[in-house]
Design a protein around this ligand. Structure first.
Ligand code: FAD
Length: 252
């Protein structure tokens, strides 16, 4: 299997740096081909802006969506964006590895998503009409590939439990797992979250394992009949009386 590890931590000697090296070694030993996008080491440009289309006319009004589609279609995207898209096409599985910073991913990784996920590549794909709102949530360019989050957090597991003060970890990661990974088609594997990082010792460190064989989170597919078209709200007979992120997962 081809595995792309997208890694966001500024310090190679950090816990995350060690976890990254360990994951690469484990994956390669298991026979997988691994590519790494080490965003800080690459000095990844995080800001999506007009320079992302190399053919843009000076002074022209910049439209983040339309200009990214144009650059993708015309082959005039900035080379760093095109290179990362090629890695995504190559990969069978993608791991996003990062420390939880302010309940989300570090800005450099968010900037990777914003720029690499061009219009026509990760969104704006497929028919858009009153009866079909694009190929997304279970369909799309990255359908058939798997993705997983590997996240470290300073807080305790209980802080992220069902009644924990920080909110449930599945809710906190929902915008990434559902909005960023499932949206363009990935099957999303359950996240590997390492809590209470200040207390991790070498024994805890060695517990990291390759979870790529786990069954995906059963997010509901947009175009498989669970949602009312074109409102795109969940059918009333599914998860009746419930709301929140959890209704978009079908455990039945
Ligand atoms: P490090 O600080 O590098 O290491 C953690 C511990 O692991 C150290 O004690 C280290 O000695 C030990 N360790 C054990 N084995 C090894 C090894 N082999 N190699 C290296 N280290 C090892 N936390 C939250 O829960 N929620 C938040 O919203 C949140 N927001 C944050 C925002 C910011 C801006 C910052 C800076 C931190 C935030 N944190 C938050 C805490 C953050 O998630 C943790 O600091 C981070 O996950 C720790 O990962 P690290 O790789 O930086 O660990």
């Amino acid at each position: 299997m081809n595995v792309l590890l997208v890694y966001a931590h500024p310090e190679p000697r950090s816990l995350n740096g060690s976890l990254k090296d360990f994951a690469i070694e484990r994956l390669e030993r298991a026979g997988h081909a691994v590519q790494v996008s080490d965003l800080y080491a690459m000095k990844w440009k995080p800001a999506l802006d007009a320079d992302d289309d190399t053919a843009r006319q000076p002074g022209a009004r910049f439209d983040p969506s339309l200009d990214s589609r144009k650059a993708l279609e015309n082959g005039t995207q900035s080379a760093d964006i095109a290179h990362e898209q090629d890695k995504l096409r190559w990969a069978d599985a993608v791991i996003l590895q990062f420390p939880l910073w302010w309940f989300s991913m570090p800005a450099i990784l968010k900037g990777w998503m914003e720029r690499v996920y061009a219009c026509g590549f990760a969104y704006g794909v497929g028919e858009h009409s009153d009866t079909h709102w694009g190929d997304r949530y279970g369909e799309g360019t990255l359908a058939g590939k798997r993705a997983m989050l590997m996240v470290t957090a300073g807080g305790w597991a209980s802080h992220y439990g069902p009644r924990g003060i920080n909110g449930p970890i599945d809710d906190i990661l929902f915008p990434i797992q559902h909005g960023i990974l499932y949206y363009p088609g990935f099957d999303v594997l359950p996240p590997h979250v390492i809590y209470r990082t200040s207390r991790i010792d070498e024994a805890g460190f060695s517990n990291v394992r390759d979870a790529l064989g786990t069954a995906p989170v059963p997010f509901r597919r947009q175009n498989a009949g669970d949602y009312i078209i074109p409102e795109l709200t969940l059918r009333r007979d599914l998860a009746p009386g419930q709301s929140g992120f959890g209704v978009h997962v079908s455990w039945g």
